[in-house]
Design a protein around this ligand. Sequence first.
Ligand code: BDR
Ligand code: CA
Length: 312
Amino acid sequence: SRKIIIDFDPGIDDALALCLLLFDPEWEVVAVTAVGGNVSPAVANRNVQALIAYLDPPRIPRIGVATAPDEGLPVEGRFANAVDDLRDAGLPVAELRTPHPSEKVLADEVRAAPHQVTVLALGPLTNLARAMQRDPEFPSLVHRIIIAGGAVQVPGNITPAAEFNIYCDPRAAKMVFASRAPKTLVPLDVTNRLSFSLSLLNDLPSEGTKIGALLRKILPAKFRAYRQQLGLETIHLHDTITYLAACRPDLLRYEMLAGDVESTGEITRGATIFDRRPVPAWRDNRLEVALGIDAGAMRQEFFKRLQQVAEA
Ligand code: BDR
Ligand code: CA
């Protein structure tokens, strides 16, 4: 199995991605690292511990804790996705024994297994930027960074210009984009293509399974948030789709593009910009960007894996 670190800000779709990943025999989850985003760093840490303690996976990954972002979170999280504290969902929280900061855990684990570790980045890119500052060789040692974030041809979601994860820490995103690390971006262009209606709640594994019970507790809040904040009856699962993209890259269509992040703009903070001119001039900052997806096959893949986890 391939080694992976999930770096995220749970978050409801983040939590769902973790459920699937922790029981996926294709991946060895060497670490789970938290970052502030959907929720504050402190709540992200509690949620990560609560989730892992509850899910009790066969192999307990190393945990990295979120610390305060350099500039403070620009939005009070809660964007269509916050679970304030999974304790509210009835999950007990265990004490964390080795509270290493996420960026240290990322840097250590990538160095321990050069060219083998994929990082699945489902939150703001704060920890990855810090890991790169901590260890300048990180970009050449990491196998690949797969990022849930950005918007190429579609509008943003937190602002007209920006997608939430990039918007939260645009300087960090800019640094990651500019790094030599092999990168895949899974932007809103493809994750928006799968919507889930309330019938999702009926299609979950049974209430008697751990994951079925957990998802029944946390997913309704996401439907509520989409209804209240966006007036929508369906939800997106951006992070879960990004995890699936890591498992099934064959279900997406990619282009290599040179991309950058607007880190200071007044109304464009966090916008991702790509040189898609007929004769592009940008030569650096190249990323593999997902621009197409077989949404039907991806939906099937999602339900297949949900069932597999429930039976694991
Ligand atoms: C991203 O923003 C967060 O709310 C989700 O967890 C996802 O990572 C989508 O824009
Ligand atoms: Ca997230």
